[in-house]
Design a protein around this ligand. Structure first.
Ligand code: PMP
Length: 382
């Protein structure tokens, strides 16, 4: 980070300005009806010392990798348009997964690929099925693109998917979406359920594996891509690879589905800098192994420490991702206290459907986690 620039504060200030811009009614009247009622996405950042609200990798890149990225970026041909399909990144991914590049498409973050998937396979008369509480973007894109939305809610206590109801509903869906590990609840779905969904659903089955690198070995369903042409798997470099600021996600699917996604995408959405940085990190990805282990260790520790606060009314769910979901009395107020008195930001889900009084805590560095748990202790015990 450049000396003397408070990057986090600049970013938050910028965000504040954007959020105050309401869409005037006269402009709304000119808009596509499904977009007129939307509001700009607000990640609810505020300037804090410890940001545990966005499931980023708080360790950042190890020094050696950071230097490798810097060296590559210095040589990047920024006077040229980027190659549309990011072939050098695609090639590495192709080796990683042992599938041809025609099975892979990169995007400007997983978000862009989700958007493109909804553009290509959604629309009026197309049914999108998902399992809330889950990633809010599915709802948003389905609404914007005028899809029929069907929801099979998770169990309110365990957040498990209602498998029977989901399989039954998927037989009518154009696109079935399941997040594994799920954001914000942290649980994975079984291999067997993915098989049954792919067989039941006449449309596509998207398994969003944005957090899969943090889960137990064997939890991913990528091996099923060989068998099921209707399976799509989403991955991202934003979490385990510490590149949320770079914006590089990818989907794995059958060549036909990849062609459809390629056809609707904006050709130059992945910049030369994105592609260069992603390639440099993927080439030396084994250097991220230690950080990944530290995040998993931090998750176990944080989980036990939070369990220790159960007598104060705090409940915590096990998680296979880089975050933990907790429920506690007065969650919204506690979140504000953590922010204002301890300079720790966590994500507030306390008024989201199915998540009453819940907060989502990203697992950070050992010092971040210490500060978070100390804040909880002082607030709940004090
Ligand atoms: N899927 C899930 C479940 C996520 O939580 C996120 C990020 N919050 C994404 C996809 C997209 O991530 P990105 O655009 O940073 O790749």
């Amino acid at each position: 980070m450049a000396k003397g620039i408070d990057y986090s504060k600049a970013r938050y200030a910028d965000q504040g300005k954007l959020m105050s811009a309401q869409i005037p009614v006269a402009v709304q009247k000119l808009m596509r009806p499904s977009a007129a009622a939307l509001e700009p996405y607000d990640p609810a950042f505020s300037p804090v010392e410890v940001n545990l609200s966005a499931n980023e990798n708080s360790f950042g890149l190890p020094d050696g990798l950071r230097e490798a990225v810097a060296r590559s970026l210095a040589k990047a041909p920024t006077n040229r348009y980027p190659l549309p399909l990011a072939p050098s990144v695609r090639e590495i991914l192709s080796e990683m997964y042992g599938v041809g590049p025609e099975h892979i498409i990169c995007g400007n973050g997983g978000d862009e690929l989700l958007f493109n998937l909804f553009v290509a396979f959604g629309g009026a008369g197309h049914t999108v099925l998902h399992c809330p509480p889950d990633f809010s973007v599915y709802d948003l894109y389905a609404g914007l693109l005028e899809c029929d939305l069907q929801e099979i809610s998770r169990d309110p206590q365990t957040f498990d998917v209602d498998e029977k109801a989901l399989i039954a509903a998927s037989s009518e869906a154009t696109l079935t979406v399941v997040t594994s590990p799920n954001n914000p609840t942290g649980n994975v779905i079984s291999h067997d359920l993915v098989v049954r969904l792919c067989e039941a659903c006449p449309g596509l089955v998207l398994i969003d594996e944005a957090y899969m690198e943090f889960a137990d070995t064997g939890s991913s369903c990528v091996d099923l891509l060989q068998t099921y042409d209707n399976l799509v798997v989403l991955r991202t470099l934003s979490k385990a690879y510490a590149l949320a600021g770079v914006r590089l996600g990818y989907m794995l699917a059958s060549p036909g589905v990849i062609s459809a996604l390629a056809a609707v995408r904006q050709p130059y959405s992945i910049s030369v800098l994105d592609q260069t940085a992603a390639k440099a990190v993927l080439e030396r990805r084994e250097e991220l192994g230690r950080t990944l282990e530290q995040i998993k260790e931090g998750r176990s520790r944080l989980y036990s420490e939070l369990q220790g606060l159960s007598s104060k009314g705090l409940e915590v769910w096990p998680s296979q991702a880089n975050f933990l979901l907790v429920r506690l009395p007065h969650a919204h107020e506690v979140r504000c206290q953590l922010r204002d008195d301890f300079s720790v930001l966590v994500r507030d889900f306390s008024s989201a459907p199915g998540l009453k009084d819940c907060l989502r805590l990203t697992v950070g560095t050992p010092q971040d986690n210490e500060r978070l748990i100390d804040g909880f202790r002082q607030i709940l015990e004090g």
